[in-house]
Write a protein of this length. Sequence first.
Length: 223
Amino acid sequence: MRRFPLPSLLLCFLLNVVVTRSQVNRRAAIDHVNRGTKELDAGDLDGALTDFNRAIELDPNDSAPYFNRGLVRRRQADYDGAISDFTRSIELSPQQARAFVGHGYARMRKGDTDGAVTDYNKALELNPRSALAYFNRAFARKDKGDLDGALADFTKAVEIDERDADAFYERGILRGARGDLDGAISDFAKAIELNPQNAKAYANRGIIMLLQGRDCRTESIRS
């Protein structure tokens, strides 16, 4: 039978303990992320923040809790904190488009429109089917005065997600501002069809139809 010196046996034992503890921490961190995600969905931001903080303590090299904590901080209007978390999430997992979208949104809220566009461009490079990236980039482009680019992005967003009432509404606003009144009415009608509670879509459509001398009541019934 092969014999091992006592120091070697002790080293093997310690390595096994370290590996086991790491695995336990990893599983516990995942549990905290899962629980925090449910709390975030339910609107319990404080509870979610506590769980994501704990997940990071247990497994600081996992990008998920940083990303999710960024979402919490964004909803708390802590945009500096959100930028920090999304940045760390990207460092740990550079191929996740959603982190670039979150990073861009926070930068936009901080007034860094150019930085936001750069982030959305990267998100779309990683995931060309991200309707949210197109939707958000449209606002950034609109803010920069690039109305053609904004219109193209809203159009791309509704092509990818035909159920996005907000994208139809925002494209309607832009079309109306650019003088495409029929296009605006069409978009507001679609927004109303998808979300009948959108009072602003009714109001804007009504204003345009009045300008065109059309019967708002008839149009509303048709919707």
